[in-house]
Design a protein around this ligand. Sequence first.
Ligand code: OOG
Ligand code: NI
Length: 447
Amino acid sequence: MTNTITADEIRELFSQAMSGMYQQEVPQYGTLLELVADVNLAILENNPALHEQLLNADELARLNVERHGAIRVGSPAELATLRRIFSVMGMHPVGYYDLSQAGVPVHSTAFRPVEDEALCRNPFRVFTSLLRLELISDAALRKKAAAILAKRDIFTPQLYRLLDRYDENQGFTPDEAQRFVTEALETFRWHRHATVDADTYQALHDEHRLIADVVCFKGCHINHLTPRTLDIDRVQALMPEYGIAPKAIIEGPPRRELPILLRQTSFKALEEPILFAGEHQGTHTARFGEIEQRGMALTPKGRALYDRLLSEAGTGKDNLTHQHHLHQVFSAFPDNEMLLRRQGLAYFRYRLTPVGEVHRHAISPGDDPQMLIERGWITAQPIIYEDFLPVSAAGIFQSNLGDEAQGQRHGNASREAFEQALGCPVLDEFTLYQQAEDRSKRRCGFL
Ligand code: OOG
Ligand code: NI
């Protein structure tokens, strides 16, 4: 077909449309975007080298656009249709996250681009959670929730038709893609009208706030979007000045010379007016704004060290104390590129230098990259972490469930059931990073 549009382009259109809609729906999110842009600008002004680096990597123009969003759905069928929708945008399910560990009755995956070029073009991802009704302890309530979910369809008829058309033609025309984005957006829109009466809402809410959020509305409203910040500590500190109430702590690893994995924080979810069936007024708390700062992807060995240190550090009450303590505990995690590489803690992408190109014939499989780096034949660049962290995700969930919400720790992962609902296995994130590293090694000639 000649008149087609790429998955990357559709993802770009979709993330822009989603951002516009969410800024309209949640004005405080617009304020967060302004704060992030202000801080990013100040950092770049004071750091010409970073400015240059981002400019060369073609990242400057996209600096302030969203990196991810999150939704929660109620049934296997909803998840399976979302998989089709995201697939059109080149977003595939990567990773399995068991949040029941932290008392949140969902399990999740991240729909995201997987190819290097696609990630480079627009890395937008959607953290997608499926409610686990089986974790509702009260049998009558569980049945009721299932019945409510069975009655709704969160997708428009036009969207189903477009998905079928896409499958038939193996692609969209630009016009179809536009309509697809418009229709898909409907699923993620906020609905002020709950589909249930106040008593039903309350019963589900009392079981777990998240259950009410998933079950009681017509769609799976986007619950946050997350732009990238160049200095998360600064944005966290400045939030109150912009009239935004931050969650207590920044999730993830501490600030380092060489950032690892992912640091995240958010503002607290807003209490918003809703109308129950029968027009009774009430409020619902689910939507917020988040920021993220990404570092290098860790190998299983590096990740095991991260997990050990993180659990050793525990969670502090206020951010400054917590960050200070984290910093001390993480002194056991090398913060030097050569050590990270030699100890096999992080993934790297290797490239031939111009001198290396000349000597390409003298490089053989099995050569020590360190030696090639010292000769100036290759360079090593950390591979950026593109996924999520279960402990951090639980922290983000919790901060939006109010202080009184303490979940029971069920802690029984059910990956098989999740994949069954999804209709395919989730991709393994470590394999993807390893493949990216191996591709780069082969191009250089030492693998
Ligand atoms: C998802 C929370 C997890 C993240 O960035 O770790 C998340 C949710 O609240 O639905 O978005
Ligand atoms: Ni998030």
